[in-house]
Design a protein around this ligand. Structure first.
Ligand SMILES: Nc1ncnc2c1ncn2[C@@H]1O[C@H](COP(=O)(O)OP(=O)(O)OP(=O)(O)O)[C@@H](O)[C@H]1O
Ligand SMILES: Cc1ncc(CO)c(N)n1
Length: 274
């Protein structure tokens, strides 16, 4: 059987809960062979980001060339891209691969508040990467930056999704993790045929939400790599992140990581029952 392969172009999180580490763990859980292009190293743990060390541009280019020249990638995702120079370089490279589904997670700020992307880079993101994206997955603050106005309600999320789609991303998923809804964690998906879907799950009272966005978009990327539709991939992603938040790991002394094993364990337990 063919082994499904995917790539993440992102930053490393030494704390293991977000970034490249979250992506590879999630790919592995979804039985997808993970490859990576590391754009920056962060000195990070559950308490915060202590340092950001971008990889020299040539190193990023060489990683891109090495991975894309050898692997049969079913899908690619981007995460932390540091600033506009990396964004442009990555976009120029990815332009050569229009047939590989691309998930763009426009990572701006870590949960603890540290900036992971230069503020000016959002303009570049809109012009270079968004038009290449099969799916873009902003959280609420990122969506606000993209559309340049506040998003206060569910109706605003719907309007913002249309505005972002007009920028060129075929499909748009606005994540509601930062929203005011205390009962539900509700995301809005606008697909390329103009259909909108709400994906809702219970909101858990937990501080262990470090890397939720990376994990969610990595699971979606893994499913797209298998040839699933965007809607199917996002539905699996939502179930994966729900389980990963619900079945929390008590790791670290701050805002801890999610549980990347939880969804697979639940699936395997169901299989054994049937
Ligand atoms: N407390 C919570 N309980 C349940 N689901 C949550 C909770 N917080 C976030 N989610 C869900 O997790 C997913 C990721 O959303 P979120 O808005 O947290 O992403 P993010 O801010 O990009 O994450 P990060 O920057 O930490 O990687 C969404 O499906 C969201 O609805
Ligand atoms: C490297 C990295 N990427 C993304 C995030 C966002 O969760 C983070 N905290 N660190």
């Amino acid at each position: 059987m063919r082994t499904v392969q995917a790539c993440t172009i992102a930053g490393s999180d030494s704390g293991g809960g977000a970034g490249i580490q979250a992506d590879i763990k999630t790919f592995q859980e979804r039985e997808v062979f993970g490859t990576s292009v590391i754009v920056a190293i962060t000195a990070q743990n559950t308490k915060g980001v202590n340092g950001i060390y971008p990889i020299p541009m040539q190193g990023v280019q060489e990683q891109l060339e090495a991975v894309f020249a050898d692997f049969d990638l079913g899908a690619v995702k981007t995460g932390m891209l540091v600033d506009e120079t990396y964004m442009i370089a990555v976009a120029n490279f990815l332009k050569k691969y229009p047939l590989i589904p691309l998930v763009v997670d426009p990572v701006m700020i870590a949960k603890g508040g540290a900036s992971l992307m230069a503020a000016e880079a959002m303009k570049e993101m809109k012009e270079t990467l968004v038009p290449l994206a099969t799916l873009i997955t902003p959280n609420l603050p990122e969506a606000e930056e993209l559309v340049e106005h506040t998003i206060m309600s569910e109706d605003d999320m719907v309007v913002a999704a249309y505005e972002i789609q007009k920028m060129g991303s075929c499909n748009v998923l606005i994540k509601g993790g930062h929203g005011a809804n205390q009962r539900e964690a509700k995301d809005y998906l606008l697909t390329d045929d103009g259909t909108g879907y709400w994906l809702a799950g219970p909101r858990y009272e937990t501080k262990h939400t470090h890397g939720t966005g990376c994990t969610y978009s990595a699971c979606i990327t893994a499913e797209l790599a298998k040839g699933k539709s965007v809607l199917e991939a996002v539905r699996t992603g939502k179930a994966f992140i729900d389980a990963a938040i619900k079945d929390e790991l008590k790791i670290g002394h701050g805002q801890g990581p999610t549980n990347h094993w939880a969804f697979g364990r639940k699936e395997r337990a169901n299989d054994e029952k049937n």
